[in-house]
Design a binder for this molecule. Structure first.
Ligand SMILES: NC(=O)c1ccc[n+]([C@@H]2O[C@H](COP(=O)([O-])OP(=O)(O)OC[C@H]3O[C@@H](n4cnc5c(N)ncnc54)[C@H](OP(=O)(O)O)[C@@H]3O)[C@@H](O)[C@H]2O)c1
Length: 260
């Protein structure tokens, strides 16, 4: 067979515009830089402008254009402003990485209404309304990729995380509903579900409870906690043309935790 007739996957994101929520630090920071490295222009969002400006500078150093948009995903008017500003600056949106998220670990008997609302409003409601606002633009374009950053906690119960697991389980099913509804518009909607990854969010958990690291490692057959770099490869794949027949999928990056 002649190799000229062989199709090779396309991972290049040149000319594409990607929005990353929660891009100021942790996983979102690494995802934003990786998307820029693969050629995308970026819109970076979170509540902390100083962190966004830092990642914005680094994206510009990679030769890409960047829009810094301070916003809270729990505030729907701020989501609409961010999407309008993106369209005004770039004219189109190719990729949404719904990454902003929080966790406030508590025993189920101690969960307050305020903590429940903060977690679910950020991780599930905010994520949905970002997808809805961007989805409307993508429906007009008849093209787009939405990647929801879920968690293995959306597939298995983890103690001390009633609200968090509930929110991420919701993200997994929401991913499938949007994939079905928007397939007709050539919009692919997938989720990535990592195990514990070394970020500012998880650092506090490992410091707070001394035996927590052993509990986590005891559940990961591959025997190590994840790094943001373990996640970004999947983001690039799902954001690129290489994954064009993939939609409604939840990709676990969990070192085997959920294989038990
Ligand atoms: N780290 C892990 O072990 C792990 C494992 C599985 C899944 N995840 C998921 O991965 C995602 C990123 O987690 P991470 O560990 O990188 O967390 P992180 O280090 O705490 O970073 C979270 C980012 O989200 C932003 N954010 C939080 N609330 C927001 C809001 N209301 N509006 C806009 N931005 C907001 C934060 O910025 P501001 O606070 O400045 O707004 C920050 O930039 C989350 O969805 C998390 O659930 C994490």
């Amino acid at each position: 067979m002649d190799s000229k007739n062989v199709g090779f996957p396309e991972f290049d994101l040149s000319g594409k515009v990607a929005i990353v929520t929660g891009a100021g630090r942790g996983m979102g920071y690494h995802i934003a830089l990786a998307l820029a490295k693969y050629g995308a222009d970026l819109v970076v969002c979170s509540r902390t402008t100083s962190e966004l400006e830092r990642v914005g500078d680094e994206i510009e150093k990679l030769g890409r254009r960047v829009l810094v948009q301070q916003m809270d995903v729990r505030k729907i008017p701020e989501i609409h402003t961010m999407v309008n500003e993106t369209v005004r600056a770039f004219g189109h949106i190719d990729i949404l990485i719904n990454n902003a998220g929080i966790n406030l670990p508590q025993w189920a008997v101690d969960v307050t209404e305020e903590a429940w609302d903060t977690i679910v409003d950020t991780n599930l409601k905010g994520l949905f309304f970002c997808a809805q606002a961007v989805g409307k633009v993508m429906i007009e374009q008849k093209k787009g990729k939405i990647i929801n950053i879920s968690s293995q906690a959306g597939s298995v119960g983890i103690p001390y995380r009633a609200a968090y697991c509930s929110s991420k389980g919701g993200v997994n099913l929401l991913t499938k509903v949007l994939a079905i509804e928007w397939a007709t518009y050539n919009i692919k909607v997938n989720a990535i579900a990592p195990t514990f990854i070394e970020t500012p969010l998880s650092k506090a958990m490992f410091e707070e409870k001394k035996d927590f690291r052993e509990f986590v490692l005891g559940n990961i057959p591959l025997g190590r906690i994840g790094k943001p770099e373990d996640v970004v490869g999947a983001v690039i794949y799902l954001a690129s043309d290489a994954s064009d027949l993939v939609t409604g999928h939840v990709l676990l990056i969990d070192g085997g935790w959920t294989a038990h």
